[in-house]
Design a protein around this ligand. Structure first.
Ligand SMILES: [Zn+2]
Ligand SMILES: [Zn+2]
Length: 380
């Protein structure tokens, strides 16, 4: 099943007339992930659902499919819409469990484990602080089950917050959404002014059909065919081994989507092995504000290209533009100067990126009539 990525807000810290703050939805084979939920998230989510219902029949965004809310960091343009949305889902009698994940520091984890006050240098936007406030504002009484999991993505240390005592319990590893089999989530440390991470949603290799012709040519018995089809290797009477994988006609490589959140270019956890099929990366500034990007640990459009090249990303999609960027075309133009053969798109609010199992990526531009498929520059 393809990934269907909905980028609902492409503004940076402040919304503009045409752009809202961050919040993305990724549909995958096992369910739906929400990455960040800035101010007004539920309105944008509702509007996108309505637009799908009336203009893209057959494509749905069901709230009951949402299994995870994953924050890239605690800045309010990424978090401030979460509590009202959680409370609305409660009013709609949501029953499904929700996993909430977010990055913090190891100092905060230690304080939560020991039940001591948060360290003085923990930033105002610290997620532990915000979650505690939300719980006190009513999130404690949500009727559907919620797991509040904070982690230090750099040291891979994760704790579950007890919603009534605000203390933490150390976990062996970052939990995955309940019941997920095909897809998995991964936190990749980024470089920002508060603890931060990118979220990568991956799907394992998909298997093609069983090679009946080859089985026939080798005169295999029904038992042998069944065994191979199940993925078990078979040893023939003459001692030759038949591997199950060699009986699969096409074996699609794993596909994945990475959402960077706010980060300086070449974030600390970005490594070439990650190779996301699609990278949605922030491009807060243009080159003229390179210094500002460095000072505030954000990226320029060219910085996003550097990250994408380093990560071996298949396609780069730009988002999170400062209000100085009037047209996303200027971000795209700068990115293309350095892109070489890397395909790049500049997103607008409500755009979708679809990643097929075979790795093909499509950009769908939201318009009044629904979504229009656009070519990805440079055209391939
Ligand atoms: Zn931001
Ligand atoms: Zn930020």
């Amino acid at each position: 099943m393809p990934f269907d990525v909905h980028v609902l807000g492409t503004a940076s810290a402040r919304p503009t007339g045409t752009r809202s703050v961050s919040g993305s939805i990724i549909k995958c084979a096992d369910g739906t992930v929400v990455v960040d939920a800035g101010e007004g998230f539920q309105e944008r989510y509702g509007a996108q659902r309505k637009h799908l219902k009336t203009k893209a029949k057959g494509v749905t965004l069901k709230p009951s499919d949402i299994a995870v809310l994953a924050f890239t960091h605690g800045h309010l343009d990424h978090t401030w819409g979460a509590l009202p949305w959680l409370q609305s889902m409660d009013l709609e009698h949501r029953q499904q469990p929700l996993l909430i994940l977010g990055p913090t520091s190891s100092d905060v984890i230690d304080a939560l484990l020991e039940g001591t006050p948060l360290p003085k240098d923990a930033p105002p936007a610290e997620l532990a602080r915000q979650w505690r406030a939300w719980l006190e504002l009513g999130a404690q009484y949500l009727a559907f089950p919620v797991r509040w999991v904070l982690g230090d993505p750099v040291n891979d240390r994760w704790i579950e917050m007890n919603p009534s005592t605000f203390t933490g319990l150390l976990l062996d590893e970052m939990p995955q959404p309940q019941g997920w089999k095909k897809c998995s989530l991964r936190a990749v440390p980024t470089t920002h002014s508060v603890p931060s991470c990118a979220w990568m949603i991956g799907q394992g290799p998909t298997k093609g059909a069983f090679d009946r012709e080859r089985a026939k040519a080798l005169n295999l018995s029904t038992d042998e065919r069944t065994q191979l089809a199940k993925g078990q290797d078979v040893e023939m009477k003459d001692g030759t081994a038949l591997t199950a994988s060699s009986f699969r006609l096409s074996d699609h490589a794993p596909t994945s989507v990475m959402i960077s959140g706010d980060t300086a270019s070449m974030a600390q956890g970005f490594t070439p092995e990650l190779a996301p099929t699609l990278l949605v990366h922030e491009a807060t500034f243009l080159e003229e504000q390179q210094e500002k990007a460095e000072e505030h640990l954000h990226s320029t459009a060219k910085g996003a290209v550097r990250s994408a090249h380093h990560l071996n990303a298949g396609v780069l999609a730009l988002t999170h533009y400062s209000s100085r960027i009037k047209s996303s075309r200027s971000a795209l133009d700068e990115a293309l100067q350095d892109a070489d053969d890397l395909p790049v798109v500049a997103l607008e609010d409500g755009d979708r990126m679809v990643v097929e199992d075979d790795g093909k990526v499509t950009h769908l531009i939201r318009n009044e009539d629904g979504w229009q498929q656009a070519s990805i520059a440079p055209n391939r």
